[in-house]
Design a protein around this ligand. Structure first.
Ligand code: TPP
Length: 639
């Protein structure tokens, strides 16, 4: 670590540095971020874009008395480095290490936790209103990207903030990118502001001329600035925000510390809500990230010199298979349309977008709208596939229930990143979708055990006449069961993969492969184990499970979802109805948020790895003991 950063001890140091030192510090922080993210993976481009902005914020404001709220929170690395976590930064996103998102337990400077986007203005307004009720003095600053600003929630908060007239500073960090290039009318509006230099030139000229008039010039300018019908009113580029009740300052160069400091100082003196429009470059200072900001939005470990990913895989991911299969289906069926909420590449829909631009819709970060848009498309005769990460569909719960399921519309939810996602941690794991969809009438839910089954299921969805959720995990999609002759998909029907006598593992999705490996692991234990691929979480294959319950003393359910309200709980309900007398073991996530770490580390921690599940089964068998074991068997026979 080089000089200024290695000697840096805390925010007080920042306040004493001159501009040259601050600029050197920026470059050293950039280098540190590049080095660590190249090794650990992480949100590189967004962080490189906010180095100067973050330094300026901490220079002007006094965190933690002043509150800085980071929208999404993926761009908080610089903030972490500046607020006492410089050394720990090496452990970024690693198991038990520093989180890649703001965490209150990590630091008093992380004052609001995020991960999902577009919450910062609501949270900031909440902070501001609480401050006013308590009659305290502090500045509240919400930093939100132009991508996050496309969500309804951000507009709801702007709308309310102007009504409250509370002192709140919103910083709009405009880099023209969501993960992919930003979309929508707001984005076009910001673009017009950015590319209309004459406006600013005129504004600056007016300001300079008035300010140069001795004695009264400054006063006239200030009055003009305030007056709604003044010349400035017509020149203000951010009139949209002004009309909403915000004082608009900008646009300013987000890589010029002095310019940002100057505007922040001005913002501090404004009564009521202020919006500062800051222009930044995503990936700033690292050529591969500047050239490919979407690829470096969230990057796996890479080689610094070339920017090339370290562990290249040529295996297809589930997202790729979804995209490719959907293109094939759409070639034959012109009713197929695809929707994404700002994740065309992540959900594998880039090829669909290219092949069928008119049948592809990127709605921005607007999952609720994405769901109801799908409902509208389906009501008017089309077959929408909304491809969305499990964690982000949480945003659209009411729309799934109210707009899709009540009307029983043929919308497919292609639910990507179901189960654990790894180092993004608790805000991003997809471990709740089974629970939040399970209880909605008309909803059908399924999950594939491997690639061939996935392709069959996508085809099944395209023909299915009602709401259907197809959930699948992050990562590579292979034909693990390729020697197994699978039957075609039939609504509510599972399949037996291997037949035993004593114990039955009933698994869903990715956990079927896991179940297979558990059986392999136990092969010397003289246990006879059946493996069932449930295929459907809802409706369950009641006939199959009823048969299994008659002659298996232990039933093990396996899912990569929270146990509460998930697949296992559906089976438990059924087994109660069937008056099953044997032992039930539910494998799934406990009632707690799962932290960040590699998927293997986390599965081990929650006793869901192959070794742990095998031990749980072995221990249950030995706990039951021979007599119990026989008694249960007899009970099952008389059942
Ligand atoms: C509700 C929700 N949907 C989707 C995402 C995935 N996501 C993370 S960052 C991001 C783009 C954010 O763009 P912007 O706010 O402009 O920030 P930038 O990375 O450009 O600084 C998206 C879509 C999310 N975090 N939350």
């Amino acid at each position: 670590m080089s000089s200024i950063l290695s000697n840096y001890e805390g925010l007080n140091d920042l306040k004493k540095m001159n501009i040259d030192q601050l600029n050197i510090l920026s470059e050293e922080i950039r280098q540190l971020i590049i080095n660590v993210v190249a090794r650990n993976g992480g949100h590189l481009a967004s962080n490189l874009g906010v180095v100067e902005l973050t330094i300026a914020l901490h220079r002007v404001f006094n965190s933690s008395r002043d509150k800085i709220i980071w929208d999404v929170g993926h761009q908080s690395y610089v903030h972490k480095i500046l607020t006492g976590r410089k050394d720990e930064f090496q452990t970024l996103r690693q198991y038990k290490g520093l989180s890649g998102f703001p965490k209150r337990k990590e630091s008093e400077h992380d004052i609001f936790e995020t991960g999902h986007s577009s919450t910062s203005i609501s949270a900031g307004l909440g902070y501001a209103l609480a401050r006013d009720i308590k009659e305290e003095k502090s500045n509240i600053i919400s930093v939100i990207g132009d991508g996050a600003m496309t969500a309804g929630m951000a507009f709801e908060a702007l709308n309310h903030a102007s009504d409250e007239k509370a002192n709140l500073i919103v910083i709009l960090n405009d880099n023209e990118m969501s993960i992919s290039p930003n979309v929508g009318g707001l984005s076009q509006y910001l673009n017009r502001i950015r590319t209309a230099p004459t406006y600013f030139k005129m504004k600056e000229d007016v300001e300079n001329i008035l300010n140069s008039i001795p004695a009264i010039g400054k006063k006239v300018f200030k009055t003009a600035e305030r007056a709604k019908d003044s010349l400035k009113y017509f020149l203000v580029p951010g009139i949209f925000f002004e009309e909403l009740g915000f004082k608009y300052l900008g646009p300013i160069n987000g890589h010029n510390i002095l310019e940002i400091v100057d505007v922040l100082e001005r913002a501090k003196t404004v009564e009521g809500p202020v919006l500062i429009h800051v222009l930044t470059k995503k990936g700033k200072g690292y050529k591969p990230a500047e050239d490919n900001p979407d690829k470096f939005h969230s990057a796996p470990p890479f080689e610094i010199d070339s920017g090339k990913t370290k562990k290249k895989t040529d295996k297809l991911s589930y997202s790729d298979v979804l995209g490719n299969t959907l293109v094939e289906i759409a070639e034959k069926n012109d009713k197929i349309v695809a929707i994404t909420a700002a994740m065309p590449a992540g959900t594998g829909l880039s090829s669909f977008k290219q092949r069928f631009p008119k049948r592809f819709f990127d709605v921005g970060i607007a999952e609720q709208h994405g769901v109801t848009l799908s409902a509208g498309l389906a009501s008017n005769g089309l077959r929408p596939f909304f491809a969305v990460y499990s964690t982000f569909l949480q945003r659209g719960y009411d729309q799934v229930l109210h707009d899709v399921c009540i009307q029983n519309l043929p919308v497919t939810f292609a639910i990507d990143r179901a189960g654990l996602v790894g180092s993004d941690g608790e805000t991003h794991h997809g471990v709740f979708d089974l629970s939040y969809l399970n209880h909605i009438p008309n909803m059908t839910i399924m999950a594939p055990k491997d690639k061939s089954e996935f392709i069959d299921m996508i085809n099944f969805c395209a023909e299915y006449n009602g709401p259907i959720a197809l959930r699948y995990p992050r990562g590579s999609c292979n034909d693990f069961f390729n020697t197994f002759q699978q039957k075609s998909i039939e609504l509510g029907k599972g399949e037996i993969i291997s037949e035993g006598k004593d114990i039955a593992i009933i698994a869903i999705g990715k956990m079927v492969e896991h179940g297979y490996k558990v059986i392999e692991k136990l092969k010397d234990e003289k246990l006879s184990i059946t493996l069932v691929n449930a295929r459907f979480v809802k409706p369950l294959d009641e006939e199959l499970i009823s048969d299994i319950s008659k002659n298996h003393s232990i039933i093990v359910t396996m899912e990569d979802n929270a146990k509460i309200g998930g697949f296992g709980s559906n089976i438990n309900d059924l087994l109660i109805r069937l008056r099953y007398k044997g032992e039930i073991i539910n494998i799934g996530f406990p009632d707690q948020f799962i932290e960040h770490g590699s998927i293997d580390e986390l599965l081990k921690q929650y006793e869901m790895d192959v070794d742990s599940i095998a031990s749980i089964i072995k221990n249950t068998v030995s706990m039951l003991g021979e007599i119990w074991w026989q008694r249960i068997k007899n009970a099952l026979i008389f059942y």
